[in-house]
Design a protein around this ligand. Structure first.
Ligand code: NAD
Length: 260
């Protein structure tokens, strides 16, 4: 049902972002992926996406801390693939440390990648969606857009901000056939979660198993990690005509975390 449409997903060489790209491709969309990684592996990812969609799949290596590179990525997407009709603000990083020890450069990087990049992407993409009279904007927020956890000041601030930003855009584009929503996952097993285990072990004096069971999954009543495919399937639904009235929402996929 996305044949002829183009999706641009930031931070999609890994984890949840690649699952979004795969879901859109499987529905027939052309896809532009973005993010870092081994060039051969990324070329294989593009080939797999193209095979799934029967349409084109390109990679753009724009650094989400660089506004000029973001604008160029959106312009390139429009010129080479069309659209973008669907944009997912997904790039994100994490750093775990108590506030007084939190490195200022990590704060700046997290705000830039997890929040400010979405401003630059949407600013460049909305005019294309308006001229098409149709668009879908999805921001990957987090359960941490609704509740806090200790030692994640920058991430929690950025995700709360991303929800406010996405809601504001939803109001501005509501009459233009464009929806803008956040999906807020609980813990999803990806490199982003894997990489924070050592710092959480250190910050809280716990073993690896204690971090997984007593810190991560303790928040999630299902006691299961959310899967990237579950998040992506929900995003795909938001692209359907049946989802045209869902806008300005922050939609949880968190195994019950924020119900508690
Ligand atoms: P991941 O580490 O697997 O993927 C992150 C992606 O972002 C990678 O493709 C990476 O190359 C890219 N990236 C990082 N810095 C970048 C930069 N400066 N410019 C361009 N790309 C950059 O992480 P993930 O778990 O798939 O996370 C994806 C999104 O989901 C993030 O916004 C994250 O905050 C959010 N999220 C994750 C979880 C979870 O438990 N994994 C939960 C809630 C929300």
């Amino acid at each position: 049902f996305l044949k002829g449409k183009t999706a641009l997903v930031t931070g999609s060489t890994s984890g949840i972002g690649f699952a979004y790209a795969s879901a859109f491709a499987s529905a027939g969309a052309s896809v532009m992926i973005n993010g870092f990684g081994d060039p051969d592996a990324i070329a294989r990812q593009c080939a797999a996406l193209g095979e799934a969609s029967g349409a084109r799949a390109l990679h753009d290596n724009a650094d989400m801390t660089d506004p000029g590179a973001i604008a160029a990525m959106v312009a390139r997407c429009h010129a080479e693939l069309g659209g973008p009709d669907i944009v997912v603000n997904n790039a994100g990083i994490q750093h775990v440390a108590p506030l007084v020890e939190f490195p200022a450069d990590k704060w700046d990087a997290i705000i830039a990648i997890n929040l400010t990049s979405a401003f630059h992407v949407m600013r460049a993409a909305v005019p294309h969606m308006r001229s098409a009279g149709w668009g879908r904007i999805i921001s990957t927020a987090s359960a941490h857009s609704l509740v806090a956890s200790p030692n994640k000041s920058a991430y929690v601030a950025a995700k709360h901000g991303l929800v406010g930003l996405t809601k504001t855009v939803a109001l501005e584009v509501a009459a233009d056939g464009i929806t803008a929503n956040c999906i807020s996952p609980g813990y999803v097993w990806t490199p982003l979660v894997e990489n924070q285990i050592p710092d959480t072990m250190k910050a809280r004096g716990l073993t690896r198993d204690e971090v997984i069971n007593d810190v991560l999954l303790s928040a999630q009543p299902t006691k299961k990690f959310v899967t990237p495919e579950q998040v992506a399937a929900f995003a795909l639904f938001l692209c359907r005509d049946e989802a045209a009235s869902i806008t300005g929402a922050n939609l949880s996929v968190d195994g019950g975390w924020t119900a508690a």
